[in-house]
Design a binder for this molecule. Structure first.
Ligand code: URA
Length: 209
């Protein structure tokens, strides 16, 4: 399989199990989405570039590392991707945010853009595309197509659950985009839901079931 990073930390595995439970209340599901988003983001940002600067501690001057380069971009795909945003912003409070609104046309089944707002300099920034569920991969591919058309070159995809079908489709369209996920589930059902999955992530985050 391509560059898929399954984050197997016990905390991530435990929290994902809680989230899969159909009886978990919205408030807890939402909180856990933020927590797992943060833990996945921590792994996805492991190789952020650093530069050495000179600082004064209360005791002496020293050389110390700090983040280098332009601020990364968090790019949630509306609407479920928003569920990851708070967790990732807690980790990286200076990140920029790009919002990507896509819906699936019921006739053509193609992803249609209805909203896009991103910071400048996408070509010089690391971009984390956020969407809890990588199911068919159609939305992920469309979002990354769009970001690349706007100049993005350095992208990573962060999700909670991935289906093998979505991983294959994303890899085929964008082999340069690695994936971080908490688990790879068995398959998609006839309605393109991930099985065993956790249901509709957007409905569960926003309480619209
Ligand atoms: N989107 C979801 O929210 N859940 C799935 O299982 C698949 C796509």
């Amino acid at each position: 399989m391509q560059d898929v990073n399954v984050v197997e930390h016990p905390l991530v595995r435990h929290k994902l199990t809680l989230m899969r439970d159909k009886d978990l209340p919205t408030r807890e599901f939402r909180a856990l989405a933020g927590e797992v988003g943060m833990l996945l983001g921590y792994e996805a940002l492991r190789d952020l570039p650093l530069e050495t600067v000179t600082i004064e501690t209360p005791l002496q001057t020293m050389q110390a590392p700090r983040l280098a380069g332009k601020k990364p971009v968090l790019a949630p795909i509306l609407r479920a991707g928003i569920g990851f945003l708070d967790g990732l912003l807690a980790l990286l409070p200076t990140a920029r945010v790009a919002h990507i609104g896509l819906y699936r046309d019921p006739d053509s089944l193609e992803a249609v853009e209805y909203y896009f707002k991103a910071p400048g300099g996408l070509d010089q920034r690391l971009i984390l595309v956020l969407d809890p569920m990588l199911a068919t991969g159609g939305t992920a591919v469309a979002a990354i197509d769009l970001l690349k058309r706007k100049g993005a070159r350095n992208l990573r995809f962060v999700c909670l659950l991935a289906a093998p079908e979505g991983i294959a489709r994303l890899h085929e369209a964008h082999p340069d985009v690695p994936i971080w996920t908490a688990a790879i589930d068995a398959r998609l059902d006839d309605h393109a839901y991930i099985v065993p999955g956790l249901g509709d992530a957007g409905d569960r985050i926003f309480g619209t079931r």
